[in-house]
Design a protein around this ligand. Structure first.
Ligand code: NAD
Length: 360
């Protein structure tokens, strides 16, 4: 069993810890936290060995036993997942390098933190045996997953994506906006396009970012020019076959992130997590161009707290050389139950796929 230490037990770290614990080939060596808050109590209650990122005194004063300091956790781990706030991972890098523990960083870090920016569907092999890997952000993960099969099957000439981003996670009470819709950043392209290019260096992509008063999910409006002219149904079948893409049939009546989250809670997902990209089937539209190319459109929702979690598990296997990409993804998905609970979702064969000609 591979021993995995998790440094940072917040929104991402606690989910990664639970996902690692569910795997058949890895175990949680411990988790590290800076603050003895409610999440530290959860770590203790779930039986994780808890290490202090800084002083142990605040933990003992709060009545929470700690197993030691983060240095001991890193030394006892075969791989460490750094899920500390953006920028802190870079500062932790010297410790991981000194103790020669391969490290996985998150998308809040600059791409220079690791030699590989990772998405399991797009570039798993590049991370095999690496010393360090950065799992790209929630938005870049969501884009990479949907772009990889389209690029492989049809070739992509150009991507234009507008990312309507949640203002903050539900627990981030200090974030906003609370009564506005912000172009964020105002300049174009937003930082997401260069980030996607860390995974697909040759891709032509422009992104525009917004922030809105919502906490549940991001919504992407994507338009891409394909180097072929599939039908909308072809594209829908292609995307439906991808395990981490959930094509939502119209008949479910899911009109946004609220119902999506309610659906996953009803289905018994832990924390109501949606690990998959959620693509609205009726948004999939293909408009043939005159020269053998086609414009393709879709809307997808991305659960920012959850979509990077299976990617972290795959990054652990890649960095440790435990499996090849397809094996790892299959093992991760089976252990987490990706595709389960929501498995009743099948392609909606009763509703004809709409293409531009029939679109009103
Ligand atoms: P978070 O604030 O929810 O959790 C961070 C955790 O790290 C907390 O437990 C905190 O106590 C702990 N911590 C703070 N300083 C520390 C230190 N010096 N050493 C060890 N632990 C420390 O943050 P998050 O939202 O989980 O984000 C973590 C990373 O994941 C960031 O790079 C972020 O950009 C990225 N990410 C976040 C999201 C998201 O939507 N929340 C999505 C994808 C990627």
């Amino acid at each position: 069993m591979l021993r995995v230490g998790i440094n940072g037990f917040g929104t991402i770290g606690k989910r990664v810890a639970d996902a690692v614990r569910a795997q058949p080939d890895m175990t949680v060596a411990g988790v590290a936290k800076r603050t003895p808050d409610y999440e530290a109590e959860i770590a203790r209650d779930r039986g994780y060995s808890l290490f202090a990122a800084a002083e142990t005194t605040p933990f003992t004063a709060a009545g929470i036993d700690v197993a030691g300091q983060v240095r001991q956790l890193v030394a006892a781990s075969d791989v460490v997942v750094d899920a500390t706030p953006a920028g802190v991972g870079e500062r932790n890098r010297a410790l991981y390098e000194e103790l020669e523990t391969p490290a996985i960083y998150q998308g809040g870090e600059d791409a220079s933190v690791a030699p590989v920016s990772f998405n399991a569907r797009a570039n798993y092999d590049e991370a095999v045996g690496a010393d360090a890997v950065r799992v790209v952000s929630c938005n870049t993960t969501g884009l990479s997953r949907v772009l990889a099969p389209l690029e492989e099957r049809y070739g992509i000439e150009k991507v234009r994506a507008t990312l309507v981003r949640r203002g903050g996670d539900p627990s981030q009470t200090g974030r906003g906006p609370i009564n506005d819709t912000l172009p964020d950043p105002v300049s174009i392209p937003s930082h997401h396009a260069p980030d996607v290019k860390t995974v697909f260096p040759e891709l032509s992509i422009d992104t525009m970012g917004m922030k809105v008063p919502a906490t549940l999910m991001h919504t992407h409006a994507i338009n891409l020019t394909l180097r072929a002219t599939p039908t909308a149904e072809d594209v829908r079948d292609l995307l439906t076959a991808e395990g981490r893409l959930l094509v939502i049939p119209e008949r479910l009546g899911i009109d946004g992130a609220g119902k999506l989250k309610e659906y996953t809670r009803d289905a018994g997902r832990p924390r109501g997590d949606v690990w998959e990209n959620c693509i609205w089937a009726e948004s999939l539209t293909v408009e043939p161009l005159s020269d053998g190319r086609a414009d393709c459109y879709l809307f997808q929702a991305i659960h920012q707290e959850a979509d990077v979690v299976p990617e972290n598990v795959d990054a652990i296997r890649a960095i440790a050389g435990l499996a090849d990409g397809p094996e790892s993804v299959e093992r991760t998905d089976e252990a987490l139950g990706i595709g389960c609970g929501l498995a009743g979702i099948e392609p909606d064969t009763t509703a004809p796929a709409r293409d531009a000609a029939s679109d009103d």
